[in-house]
Design a protein around this ligand. Structure first.
Ligand SMILES: Cc1cc2nc3c(=O)[nH]c(=O)nc-3n(C[C@H](O)[C@H](O)[C@H](O)COP(=O)(O)O)c2cc1C
Length: 336
């Protein structure tokens, strides 16, 4: 079992981090660990495995996130996924949605550390892949530091060595999933304390990191940083990651290089009959904050739906949209 490098990762995000998004992100960073959207164990046992787990080699290193709360079902799901090239299997113990809570998985499992431990033990026994857990610092009234320590301690005993901690609690009733990502306050101090109390475990901090500098500042106090919304809304923040986090040579791609890669990707994607907008929706934030960004967003968001761009001319739309951004900005290397 080789462990992926978790110093920097992009969070699992339903409807956002699909295979096309991950292929786009790979134009920006090769080394950052990427996560799939959550796939439920139930779906995997009863649904179309190829479409639920589909990805390209270029997306590696890629972790699969599973949702579920029954050890036997999760073990079966792991066996189905085991030889498909994933670097890790992660269990979702952070999602507070009603649907997920009704299925007795996600964040509500934080009140049942013994069950999560059983899930992790079953998952770990089902393949050679590392099993990790993504969780909150608390849920509802189960939100003391002692509760958190009990949870992590039990789950670690079951064989989990790496924890991704979303540094805020979740309220299971009264707040929507979206509110549960912003209303409960961020408590980085709690995650730092967890690392100090469990120095032998790998602790990755998630929540509210907006820039690569924010993420790098956490590598030290904890072992790694996971960026969610900012990696989607402002993906170019990841351009310096390979150099600055992973020590690769060269500064990382300019936005123009990303545009060229995206144009090539667009040609491949439309050639398979996939609508261009399914790819370009993930790239709307590439020029965030630059002059011309609005036109880029409009062309990639709206024009990309037109039939004329859903054929061999797809790369032309991407290059034309980018040409509205001043060339000197496009050519700039990421900050060192
Ligand atoms: C659109 C969206 C979908 C999400 N889906 C998942 C998911 O499938 N699994 C999960 O563990 N977290 C999910 N999350 C939560 C993120 O992984 C992350 O924990 C959260 O956004 C906090 O990180 P951030 O402040 O960097 O965005 C989702 C977040 C968003 C915005």
């Amino acid at each position: 079992m080789t462990e992926p490098d978790r110093r920097l990762s992009v969070a699992p995000m339903m409807d956002w981090t699909d295979s096309l998004d991950r292929r786009f992100l790979r134009l920006i960073t090769k080394r950052t660990l990427l996560y799939t959207e959550m796939v439920t164990a139930q779906a995997l046992l009863h649904g179309n495995v190829d479409s639920l787990l589909g990805h390209e080699e270029i997306e590696a290193p890629l972790a699969l996130q599973l949702g579920g709360g029954e050890p036997a079902l999760l073990a079966k799901a792991v066996r189905i996924a085991a030889d498909r090239g994933f670097a890790e299997i992660n269990l979702n113990v952070g999602c507070p949605s009603d649907r997920v809570s009704a299925g007795r998985f996600g964040a509500c499992l934080m009140t049942e550390p013994d069950l999560v431990a059983d899930c992790v033990a079953a998952m770990a026994a089902a393949s050679n892949l590392p099993v990790t857990v993504k969780h909150r610092i608390g849920v509802d009234e189960t939100d003391s530091y002692a509760d958190l320590v009990r949870f992590v301690g039990k789950v670690a005993e079951a064989g989990c060595r790496s924890f991704v901690v979303h540094a805020r609690k979740a309220w299971l009733s009264g707040l929507s999933p979206k509110e549960n990502r912003s209303v409960p306050p961020l408590r980085y101090d709690t995650v730092h304390r967890l690392k100090a109390d469990f120095p032998h475990l790998e602790i990755v901090l998630n929540g509210g990191l907006l820039t690569l500098d924010d993420a790098i500042a956490q590598i030290g106090p904890v072992d790694g940083a996971m960026i969610g919304r900012a990696a989607y809304e402002t993906p170019y923040i990841l351009a310096g990651a390979d150099a600055r986090v992973f020590g690769e040579a060269g500064p990382g791609p300019s936005r123009q290089e990303v545009v060229e890669g995206l144009a090539e990707l667009a040609a491949q994607v439309v050639a398979t009959g996939t609508p261009l907008a399914r790819l370009t929706r993930h790239a709307l934030g590439l020029f965030h904050g630059c002059p011309g960004a609005k036109t880029w967003r409009r062309m990639l968001g709206e024009d990309a739906r037109l039939p004329e761009w859903n054929g061999p001319d797809a790369p032309k739309l991407i290059r034309r949209a980018a040409s509205r951004v001043p060339v000197e900005l496009r050519a700039l290397a990421p900050a060192a």
